[in-house]
Design a protein around this ligand. Structure first.
Ligand code: NAD
Length: 288
């Protein structure tokens, strides 16, 4: 059986075209374009690179994008005051606070001050609850990107064994809820699973395997079930290369579909932020 490598750049381009049409429609209807504000605390190189890729995607789609760079020593109260001013500004449709934030700032407290209808990353606790209940279309971007890749394979999810390795608040946990909503049979593995010596057994059952750990080559190719769909979210530096959490070449011998790192989930994640901005605009402009 030959494997298909899931090209994230290609998928991102396809989704961007759809979003361009949606933004065109919004502009015709309202005369407005959505505006995203990215709040950056401090100004480091990695954060700027990620922000630049967001800016580029926004420009391609026709969404306005602004970066508000705040001083790295700013107090939590001052950040909250800034966010409140963005909440009240009718021209601002979407807000995100770039992570990681400096050590003296408690990110969840900041996140909970982002207006629920402008919270582009779904991090306000109200949106976390709404996602649990299936009451929002604003979905955290990386889980949403993983789902887009899975759906692009055409796999029928109800009843499939989906194994997620990694149970973080931003990836593994939200993904598990989204896949439950698709009626998949979901197993979540984490460090405890590994320490109990059970990781290989769970990975070997997966029709769909999603890995978000941050350890290069943690998942051996030979563990993977023949024909599985493999979504690798991990990003690890290996010398001057970026690699995922799955042994890519060995996994290709067994998987039916697999995402590469880089060029798999990452490019789609950025586009999911744009999708959320359009959804936020709609939410704010809903009539009645
Ligand atoms: P995290 O660092 O918050 O948590 C790591 C998870 O891995 C935990 O659930 C932990 O229990 C588990 N884990 C650690 N060692 C393990 C082991 N030996 N066996 C099994 N499980 C183990 O995770 P995160 O913030 O979700 O990030 C995970 C990876 O995904 C990182 O490489 C990160 O860079 C990457 N990431 C990529 C994107 C993207 O858009 N492509 C977005 C977010 C995170």
């Amino acid at each position: 059986m030959s494997v298909q490598v899931l090209d994230g750049k290609l998928l991102a381009e396809e989704i961007k075209k759809r979003l361009q049409d949606e933004v065109g429609f919004i502009h015709n209807e309202t005369g407005c374009l959505p505006l995203i504000v990215n709040v950056m605390i401090g100004n480091n190189h990695a954060a700027c690179a990620y922000a630049n890729s967001q800016k580029k995607a926004a420009e391609q789609i026709g969404i306005n994008y602004r970066q508000d760079i705040l001083d790295k020593d700013i107090s939590a109260e001052e950040i909250i005051a800034h966010i409140k001013s963005l909440n009240e500004d009718k021209n601002v449709n979407g807000i995100l606070v770039h992570k990681p934030v400096p050590g003296h700032i408690d990110y969840p407290i900041i996140a909970n001050h982002i207006d629920v209808s402008k919270d582009l990353e779904g991090v306000n606790i109200v949106n976390v609850g709404k996602m649990l209940l299936g009451q929002t279309k604003i979905i955290p971007c990386t889980p949403a990107a993983a789902i887009e890749h899975i759906k692009s394979t055409g796999i029928d999810l109800p009843g499939k064994e989906v194994v997620i390795v990694g149970h973080s608040e931003i990836v593994g946990k939200p993904l598990s809820l989204l896949l439950l909503a698709e009626l998949a049979t979901v197993t979540i593995c984490h460090i405890g699973t590994s320490e109990a010596g059970k990781l290989v057994e769970h990975v070997g059952r997966a029709d769909v395997l999603i890995v978000a750990v941050g350890k290069a080559g943690l998942i051996k190719g030979e563990w993977i079930k023949k024909g599985a769909v493999v979504i690798d979210i991990g990003i690890n530096r290996d010398g001057d290369k970026i690699v995922g959490d799955v042994e890519f070449e060995a996994a290709k011998q067994r998987a039916s579909f697999i995402t590469p790192v880089p060029g798999g989930v990452g490019p789609v994640t950025v586009v999911m932020l744009m999708k959320n901005a359009i959804e936020a605009f709609r939410l704010q402009n809903k009539k009645g």
